[in-house]
Design a protein around this ligand. Structure first.
Ligand SMILES: Cc1cc2nc3c(=O)[nH]c(=O)nc-3n(C[C@H](O)[C@H](O)[C@H](O)COP(=O)(O)OP(=O)(O)OC[C@H]3O[C@@H](n4cnc5c(N)ncnc54)[C@H](O)[C@@H]3O)c2cc1C
Length: 640
């Protein structure tokens, strides 16, 4: 029995990291939005590690914030430890990583949804989609010329809601199964209910579903740990905010702890490999290469004597500890055995066993760069369902899918960020152009233009674009304009403030730097390796009081000016190919000169530009030339 319950502009299925950002983006752009989640307690659940950020992921969080998203604000309100990773390395790979108080993070996200104008949050499981067939192009008699448009959702309760667009952000819940040793059972993460019905409907609608898996370590009672046998890992003395809306964060920080596996740990694991769901062959899903289980590590890196283990707090008001680096699908009795071989865990008490989870996801090659499905108008997908892994990756896709669902129903140009503009652009282009055969996680090494895509300048790259499509508030725009102006003013001040050698050389001598013999600007001095914006203060007393965000950008822009200018030249060349658009209706099967493999790949992925086409595996430079010639012929015919 079905019954209509209401109509919205946008419906978001799932309130995980992707769903929250999608719903907020659509509502903030003024659309009536419904966010549905199977359990309101599971909003923005951090099902795995209690941290936000890290290499590449920290960049995504800053970009989400610069685009008016919520993740940066939520983590700033729940941070219990902050560390700048790779601080001794170049600015392109420096990444903020923070530990979160999980319940506080979830609450902050739930409050943001509940307080958001135009947004309704409801509990309910979506079991199916509602849609209509509409004529796309060519002869009405040809079925292939008909498309499908999604027009709403049905819930397991029989309730249905209509909408002009739907965003699927179902994460690790679709037909999810938990694996612990020889046993497996139908369940979502943390013992939550799985979504058992939606996959069938998606398959009926022609979506190709795949099986992926991921795993999480046990949670151990802190009182059962012996920290004397571990190495304390405190946070940085100063917490750097993730959100550009925050200047300073005064918060009590807690430590993580470092310990290692040893040969005894490895032997216990080797002796029981066959009881691992992964090695025992029970699991068919493909797991993440960059988050391997401990049995995978012991097996693959047999020569390694020890593996690092970090003990991370799950929160301030819980004694549960997350054992980073020890996810496994070995049975519980073996888990107790090998955890207790580790220094400091000799009396470890497991409060939640480690497990692997298998779930359904789609093939992201079936999506366009705006995350809309190629064949189903109005259906957008975001997060783990697209084959990615990680809170940050999910949130970034959610924001983009939510914004693009709005632009699509308004008939406006899609909002697409390319690889030279944002890590979000790299993430989405990798997924929808190259695809992925395992859970995809972002890394700085995936970004060609990473010196330009630093976490400190995310707002300078993106906030104005977000303003143009209505994603950000006046308050954030105002703050951004002030920050941009301060950054420019300070850069000019440093470039135009000239000092004489006698004013500088004692300072340089103290840094064991070579003296200068002529006047030099403060910016000129800052280019020296040993000179920092901070230590320059001793010879620059009249400087303005600026935020960490402004100082960081000014310092990097000046120090790496030459490299940045070189990269900007590369980006100009890259953009030339990105701007060579390919008409949507092109039929590659009729393009003689293209190799069969290229025809098939291009016909499936339907790239938006020559640049995107050139990144498709199996499309050669010769194929690209054929395409360029064809486009030129079309242009001439059109211009007669
Ligand atoms: C066991 C485990 C281990 C993990 N390990 C790692 C790791 O090591 N590294 C890493 O980077 N990431 C890891 N993750 C992944 C990380 O949790 C996810 O990447 C992230 O949560 C994905 O966010 P999402 O929004 O796509 O989905 P989720 O956070 O899973 O949220 C999905 C939401 O959709 C809702 N939902 C689903 N189906 C329906 C439906 N039919 N109707 C209504 N609501 C629905 C759910 O209730 C939930 O609110 C792990 C996750 C799990 C579960």
């Amino acid at each position: 029995m079905q019954y209509e319950m209401g109509e919205y502009d946008i419906i978001v299925v799932g309130a995980g990291h992707a769903g929250c950002e999608a719903g907020l983006a659509a509502a903030r752009m003024g659309k009536r939005t419904l966010v549905l989640s199977m359990q309101l307690e599971a909003i923005a659940l951090m099902a795995c590690n209690p941290s936000i950020g890290g290499t590449g992921k920290g960049h995504l969080v800053r970009e989400i914030d610069a685009l008016g998203g919520q993740m940066g604000l939520a983590i700033d309100s729940s941070v219990i430890q902050s560390k700048m990773l790779n601080s001794s390395k170049g600015p392109a790979v420096q990444s903020l990583r923070t530990q979160a108080d999980k319940p506080t993070y979830q609450m902050a996200m739930k409050q943001a949804l509940e307080r958001q104008k135009n947004l309704d949050l409801k509990q309910g499981e979506v079991s199916g989609l509602i849609g209509e067939v509409f004529p796309s192009s060519g002869e009405p008699s040809e079925m292939s010329n008909y498309g499908i448009r999604v027009t709403g959702v049905i819930l397991t309760t029989g309730a249905s809601y209509r909408a002009k667009a739907v965003v699927l952000a179902t994460g690790t819940f679709l037909r999810s199964r938990i694996f612990i040793g020889e046993n497996n059972f139908s369940s979502g993460p943390n013992g939550l209910a799985p979504a058992l019905e939606l996959t069938d409907c998606l398959q009926e609608w022609g979506l190709k579903m795949r099986r992926f898996k991921t795993g999480t370590p046990a949670r151990i009672a802190g009182r059962s740990l012996n920290y004397d046998k571990m190495i304390e890992q405190p946070g940085d003395s100063r917490i750097v905010p993730f959100s550009f809306m925050n200047e300073e964060l005064e918060k009590k920080q807690v430590s993580c702890w470092l310990t290692y596996t040893n040969e005894t740990t490895h032997q216990v694991i080797r002796d029981n490999l066959q009881r691992s769901a992964l090695f025992g062959g029970q699991i068919e899903g493909v797991g993440p290469r960059y988050c391997p289980s401990i049995e995978d590590k012991v097996h693959r890196f047999a020569d390694k004597e020890k593996h690092q283990i970090f003990i991370e707090p799950e929160g301030l008001n819980t004694d549960e500890k997350y054992i980073q680096g020890m996810s496994t699908s070995l049975p519980e009795d073996v888990q107790v055995q090998f955890y207790q071989t580790i220094a400091g865990l000799e009396n470890a008490e497991i409060v939640r066993p480690a497990y692997a989870i298998e779930y359904d996801c789609i093939d992201p090659l079936d999506l366009k760069l705006n995350l809309e499905h190629q064949k189903i108008a109005g259906l957008f997908c975001a997060g783990q369902i697209n084959g990615s892994s990680g809170y940050e990756e999910a949130a970034a896709q959610g924001l983009m899918a939510g914004a693009n669902a709005v632009l699509a129903i308004e008939g406006k140009e899609p909002f697409v960020l390319d690889r030279s503009e944002a890590y979000i652009g790299v993430l989405i282009d990798d997924l929808v152009t190259k695809g992925t055969d395992e859970p995809y996680r972002i890394m700085t090494s995936r970004a060609e233009y990473r010196l330009s895509l630093r976490q400190d300048n995310a707002d300078l790259r993106l906030t104005e674009k977000a303003w143009e499509i209505g994603l950000i508030s006046e308050e954030r725009r105002h703050k951004f304009l002030k920050r941009r102006e301060q950054t420019e003013t300070e850069r000019l001040r440093l470039e135009n403030t000239m000092l004489k050698p006698d004013q500088i050389n004692p300072f340089l001598a103290a840094l064991e730097e070579a003296p200068v013999h002529t006047k030099i600007s403060l910016a000129g001095l800052l280019k020296r390796a040993a000179v920092t914006y901070e230590n320059l203060a001793s010879i620059d007393p009249d400087r303005p009081d600026l935020s960490v965000h402004v100082i960081k950008t000014v310092e990097v822009d000046i120090k790496y000016q030459g490299y940045i200018e070189k990269q900007e030249q590369q980006i100009r060349r890259f953009k030339k190919l990105e701007e060579r658009k390919i008409p949507e209706e092109i039929d590659y099967t009729n393009l003689s000169g293209l190799r069969i493999e290229a025809q098939q790949k291009l016909q499936h992925i339907r790239p938006a530009s020559i640049g995107q086409a050139s990144r498709i595996s199996g499309v050669s430079p010769a194929d690209i030339n054929v395409l360029l010639v064809h486009l030129e012929q079309r242009r001439r015919q059109k211009n007669g």
